[in-house]
Each structure stands twice: as C-alpha cells, then as structure tokens.
Ligand binder design. Structure first.
Ligand code: SAM
Ligand code: SF4
Length: 344
C-alpha cells in the first residue's frame, strides 16, 4: 500500500500534550571527522556497523512516509557529520521530489561542521537543499583545535563562504561557548557573522556528550552570552516571528537586519513549543533528544512492513513524547545515546 493511496494524514504526529511534529531530524551517520569536546570523546565512539545503518533507499522511504502520511513539512539532515554520507546528494534530491500536505516540497536543511562543504555546496543546492547551519564555536585557530581536537578552522570558513555562494540561505552558524575556552571569542564571532551576512546562534551546552564535560556550575547560559556580547554591542530583544524556533533573537546595535540568536536549551527549555521528531542513522524514532526510549523502524522496514504500519509505529512513538526534558531539574536522567548518535 503506497503513501499516495492513503492520502496525507495531516498532523498525525500529535502527542498527548497536543504538540504536532512537523520537523523531522534525520541522522545520516554517527561518524564524524571532528571530536568536539562537548559532543564526542577524543577517541571517537564504536561506530554503527554498515548493516545496522539505514540504506539511502530506507532513509528516503521513511522521509516519504513522514511527509506524505504524517504531516512532516521540514527535514533537517544531520549526524554525526552528514557530509560523510556518500549518498547525501541522492537522498536530498529524492526528498526534494516529495510533496507536503500543503502541496509543496518539504523545506530541506543540513547541519554540518562544514568540512568539505566548499566542494559540495553547489551540488547540494542543485539537488534541492534549501539552507545550511554550520557549526563554528570560535575564530581563534588554537581554541578551535582545542575544542574540535582537529586543526580545521580554514576548512570551515571555506565551507561557509561556499554555502553563501551556492545560495543556501539563510546560512546560520551554531556556536557552543565553553567557560575558559572560547567565551572571550564570542564578540569576534558575532562581528564575523554580521560582516559575512550569516546568522549566528549560540546554543547552551547540554548534557548529551561525554558526561564529564558537562558541569551545570560552569555552564555559559544565555544571560552569560548576552553579557559577553554586551561588552561590544548594544542588544535588544527582537520580535518573535516563529513560535516553534528554539532561538530567541536579539537585535544588534538598533539595526533590525542585524540579529543574533541564543538557544537556551538548559536555562529556558522550549519543550512546550517543540515540533520535532528524530530518526537515528540506525532507524530508531526518538520523540525527544532526551527521551529514555526509542522505537525501532528498521526491523519492520526490513521484514516488509507496509507504509501504513510504519506510519502507525511512528505515530505511536510520538504520542508517548515526554512533556519536557527537565535538564535543569533534579530528576533529569542522562539519555542513553550521545548527541552524535541521535542527530543534533
Ligand atoms: N556534525 C554536525 C555539526 O557539528 O554541525 C551535525 C551534528 S552536531 C551533533 C549538531 C549540533 O549539535 C552542532 O551545532 C553542535 O554544536 C551541537 N552540539 C553537539 N553537542 C552538543 C552539546 N552537548 N550541547 C549543545 N549542542 C551540542
Ligand atoms: Fe562531530 Fe558535530 Fe559532534 Fe562536533 S558536534 S563532534 S562536528 S558531530
């Protein structure tokens, strides 16, 4: 039974609290060519074996079920490092042929560390990718190498420039600030992003990497980021235009066209407005980055389940989505997988 025969079931990914998931995060691999301290241990992880990783065809089928049966309108490809996935352009080209309940192609985005993006940005745009987020925590080469455990800053900058040339707009930069490492670099990063015309968003560090690297007492919160940027710029809250966007925006120096975002995942979680559903590289649905359980779609896919059965399993997984992650509370339990294994 195909998705077309069923017709779209708009809004089918609804949870017990009335939230509707429209935004699918697809992790294409758990592997990475960097070792950002807050995400992965320096020695790497035990990578998924090939036979447990979804094939390109399986990823595309699940994207189709999400879009055509379950009301997904936006797909973000992530990882691990999604540029390490050889079939990325093929997967994006196939996703671009899907049509949402609004009759349009889903919005297609990529979150990447930028390594190799300079060589692939044009092809990704031609395949149908709409926009890209590049992770960059500092412009200081020594601090970059200290965080990422690799000396690759020039590659990231080349990737950002290529993404802009390819029209993958708006190009956004994601930055995590670590106390005593790159906190003093935040104003220069903002100046760079404003000059390049890319949107900078700081993300509070979450306890989803190596556990010894997270310490609530040393967390650089949104208020800390604003104070750091406030040493060189005048910041005022910008109007909220998208209630589902996790980043709150600040206008820089009174210019509405110049903004900076902060995602306060720990100090002010946005769980009440969350519209995300996540697919891991090994075919598991996670209703939340911090969910304790997950739902396997790989085994049903491989034993020949039809689209309707897969859609039902996915919808059931999302119905059980927790109300909130409680990251800042006593009861918080560290998730069973790290960020790179779930897909950030
Ligand atoms: N490798 C790609 C990249 O770095 O953009 C995509 C995957 S990465 C897991 C996605 C995003 O998660 C990155 O922007 C990264 O900075 C962020 N991230 C990783 N670990 C984090 C943590 N512990 N807290 C907050 N953000 C984190
Ligand atoms: Fe790799 Fe991205 Fe994790 Fe850094 S944040 S180690 S680039 S997956």
């Amino acid at each position: 039974m195909s998705a077309q025969q069923h017709g779209p079931l708009t809004g089918a990914l609804t949870d017990r609290f009335g939230r509707v998931a429209r935004d699918l995060r697809v992790s294409l691999t758990d592997r990475c060519n960097l070792r950002c301290s807050y995400c992965m241990p320096p020695e790497g992880l035990d990578w998924l074996p090939a036979d447990r990783t979804l094939t390109d065809g399986e990823v595309v089928r699940l994207c189709r079920i999400g879009v055509e049966l379950l009301g997904i309108r936006k797909i973000r490809f992530t990882g691990g490092e999604p540029l390490l996935r050889r079939g990325l352009e093929t997967i994006i080209a196939a996703a671009a042929t899907l049509r949402t309940d609004r009759g349009r192609a889903p919005e297609l985005a990529l979150t990447t560390n930028g390594l190799g993006l300079d060589r692939r940005a044009q092809d990704l745009a031609a395949a149908g990718l709409d926009r890209v987020n590049v992770s960059l925590d500092t412009l200081d080469p020594a601090h970059y190498a200290q965080i990422a455990h690799r000396d690759r800053l020039p590659d990231v900058l080349a990737g950002i420039a290529a993404a802009r040339r390819a029209g993958l707009a708006p190009v956004k930069v994601n930055a995590v600030v670590l106390k005593g490492v790159n906190d003093a670099d935040a104003p220069a990063l903002l100046d760079f992003c404003l000059a390049e015309g890319v949107q900078l968003r700081f993300i509070e560090q979450m306890p989803i990497g190596p556990i010894e690297t997270w310490d609530r007492g040393r967390l650089i919160t949104r208020e800390d980021v604003l104070a750091l940027l406030g040493t060189t710029h005048r910041l005022e809250p910008a109007p909220v235009t998208d209630p589902h966007a996790p980043a709150r925006l600040w206008q820089v120096d009174g210019d509405p066209a110049r903004t900076v975002g902060v995602i306060a995942s720990v100090s002010e979680p946005f769980c009440g407005a969350c519209d995300r559903t996540r697919l891991t590289a090994d075919g598991q649905i996670r209703s939340c980055l911090f969910a304790v359980g997950e739902t396997d779609l790989r085994a049903p896919l491989r034993r020949g389940a039809d689209d309707a059965e897969i859609a039902r399993l996915w919808a059931d997984a999302m119905r059980a989505k927790p109300a909130a992650h409680g990251l800042d509370g006593e009861e918080f339990a560290v998730p069973s997988r790290t960020m790179s294994r779930i897909g950030g």
